[in-house]
Write a protein that binds this ligand. Sequence first.
Ligand SMILES: O=C(O)CCC(=O)C(=O)O
Length: 260
Amino acid sequence: MITDTQRDCFQQQGYVVLEKILSESVLGWLQGRCDEAVDWKASGMRSLGIEEEGINLLGKRYFVSGYRKQNAELDRFLFGDVMAEISKGLLGETVYLHNEQFVVKGQDQRSRFAWHQDSGYSVYRGGAELHQPYLTCWIALDDMSAQNGTISVLSFDEFGEGKLVEHWWDEDEAAMVGYSGEKSGSLMAVPAGSIVCFSSFTMHRSGMNQTERLRRSYIVQYASTAFGFQNDPQRRYAPSGGVDFIKGNQRVIQPEPLPN
Ligand SMILES: O=C(O)CCC(=O)C(=O)O
């Protein structure tokens, strides 16, 4: 599924766009799981009588991380054929699941995200040790546009030549920031069912959702090299626990496929 040209593009420029790669039925299934995850998070917040929980803002912004622990059916996608082809094609013969999270944004100023590299969060906020870059698969669950707050990406040529830079916390942005210059990068105005695959050393940001509809994405991250914490390298950093997926080019998990 991943061609040599796509792999070269990912390695040399830090990202590759797989437009409309998911079938309509898999997309519809994932949208359903995302809506369930948001209901689960929102009802948990309502039952506690809170409007904010970490970076979740009731009705406005949801980050549901690790939902596969609530609904193991998600593994049918995370360890399914499509993600096996993509992760193996871009990372090589060893792959494990690093993290998965739904990102759902309503009409709210705080739904935008400043320029960052995902490894910038891992190292400068999460306390991870320096590591080989991992792969972020940003899955568009809705048609994406500037209006509903899609992501923009800076290629390695435009920024950083594929190196991790120091990040800082910005109170106004309520986010980590790795770049505050004028570049605007490439806007990912992709249809639902597309996947933007980028390196965790690729600088990206996402805009504010200015529409009345929630905008849904699913971030699924895979790594080829395990890493730990700066103060405890033995303890794995991977938020999803680092589940083995592919070893020596062979899949070690093969769940029942989703209907195509
Ligand atoms: O708005 C989004 O879907 C992406 C947010 C983002 O860049 C991230 O969670 O790393």
